[in-house]
Design a protein around this ligand. Sequence first.
Ligand code: ZN
Length: 145
Amino acid sequence: MQLADRSKLPVPVPTPETEHFWTGTKAGELRLQRCNDCGTIYFPPRPFCPNCLSKSVEVFAASGNATLYSYVINERPHPAFEGPYSIAVVQLEEGPRMMTNLVNVAQTPEALVLDMPLQVVFEVINDDITLPYFEPVPAPGGVSS
Ligand code: ZN
């Protein structure tokens, strides 16, 4: 994904429910929540367990490891992106799925292979928001067998 005019990017606004997530991305962490009663790990952020509705939940830093679960390639121009770009759903190692964009890889069906290993990377957008994206592992230019 090539980044064009990033001022055109729609930017999330932190809320009390999502603040831990955005504090995490600023610190270079992908933070998820875990239920203290049933152990369910979940995303997106909310103050109760989606499985058992317990309000006893904690925040922890995920590994940042994921695999490509699904994606579409958007061919329609967007001012914040250069050329076609993927909208992906990644399967986090901890269990939840997350909608994201894929970077440092060609935005083509040949390059985007389902189940390919991915790792989180971060882009600082402004003082409040750092966005998580995912890139292939190993990163392009790295050693592969
Ligand atoms: Zn629970």
